[in-house]
Design a protein. Structure first.
Length: 94
């Protein structure tokens, strides 16, 4: 709980570092395959918040400070170099 970067979820799951590395590799791969497209990804809010904290340069121990509401939309862009820009957090589009 104090440092998810190193500690494994539930003692046997992935560490925060492993999660963000896996998710970052996923987005790098999907961006390479679809460089000009819009991609929709649905994921668990714990994973999402860890990834957002990582890409925003926050210590992973602060990931719970990011709130991701159920059924909301978070949008971000990645440029060709992988630079991250958060466009919307918890948006509700109608």
């Amino acid at each position: 709980m104090e440092d998810p970067y190193l500690h494994r979820a539930g003692g046997t799951g992935e560490s925060g570092r492993e999660i963000v590395e896996r998710v970052d590799a996923f987005f790098t791969d999907i961006h390479r395959k679809h460089p000009s497209g819009n991609i929709l990804v649905a994921a668990h809010n714990g994973v999402n918040r860890l990834f957002l904290a990582y890409k925003l340069g926050m210590p992973l121990r602060n990931y719970r400070m990011l709130v991701q509401e159920n059924a909301s939309i978070t949008m971000f862009t990645l440029d060709a170099s992988g630079a991250f820009t958060l466009e919307h957090l918890n948006a509700k589009f109608r």
